[in-house]
Design a protein around this ligand. Structure first.
Ligand SMILES: *Cc1c(COP(=O)(O)O)cnc(C)c1O
Length: 223
């Protein structure tokens, strides 16, 4: 059996240490537990341990997993960390507290519409394709400035953060630095960067949200 409570304690200690080394405070870093594809038993162990921040990358899976649990855990904070199709925006806005993957104009427009209809401007992060990878979603770094204007001025979105997924093969630090510098230039407070294998480096470079899946829950079961 996976020892979720033990994992949480280990992660907390590592986050605390990385924060201290960087002259930062533990409470300025949010551990988002990426629960995609994880069995319900592990999710419930995490909830029992008191963890409340979770990330999901598929809307349908997230709705199935979290709709009921939301009702009994009013302080849950759910982050959408996967590619979002415009036809899923209504469901996504109804379920999630933060949308981390605003990555194109059409999506920004739809998010703006739906949030306005609901009177519910949820915080959004813009995903930046720091590695300029053609297969990866995200805004090209050189287009970020225009895109931020578009999101805020034309769509009325509350952009509070930037998010990136660095290329698999490369050392992540240069991507974390890029994201940090872009956020500073645009006065953006939150930085979602760092996963199981590199969250300590990300914290050293300013991450406010780390997205940890396997390091939190254990390996995702193959299906
Ligand atoms: C799956 C996923 C993670 C977590 O990855 P781990 O290596 O399991 O920590 C983080 N961010 C995104 C966008 C993901 O899809």
């Amino acid at each position: 059996m996976v020892d979720i409570l033990g994992n949480i304690e280990d992660l907390d200690e590592k986050i605390r240490t990385a924060a201290r080394k960087a002259g930062r405070r533990r409470r300025d870093i949010t551990l988002v537990a990426v629960s995609k594809k994880q069995p319900d038993s592990r999710i419930d162990m995490a909830l029992e341990a008191g963890h409340r921040f979770f990330g999901e990358n598929r809307v349908q899976e997230a709705v199935e997993r979290w709709s009921e649990r939301r009702k009994t855990h009013l302080d849950l904070r759910l982050h959408c960390i996967g590619p979002l199709q415009t036809n899923k925006v209504k469901d996504a806005v109804a379920l999630f507290d933060v949308i981390e993957t605003v990555d194109r104009e059409k999506l920004a427009r739809k998010l703006g519409e739906v949030m306005r209809e609901r009177g519910d401007a949820k915080p959004c992060f813009v995903q930046v394709n720091t590695g300029q990878e053609s297969q990866k979603s995200g805004i090209a770094p050189e287009s970020l400035s225009d895109f931020l204007h578009y999101c805020r001025r034309d769509c009325g979105l509350r952009i509070t953060g930037l998010m990136c997924i660095p290329p698999l093969e490369a050392p992540p630090e240069e991507h974390f630095k890029m994201l940090r510098d872009m956020a500073a230039r645009h006065n953006i407070a939150h930085l979602s960067m760092g996963m199981s294998n590199d969250f300590e480096e990300a914290i050293a470079l300013g991450a406010t949200h780390i997205r940890v899946g396997t390091g939190f829950f254990g390996p995702r079961p193959k299906n």
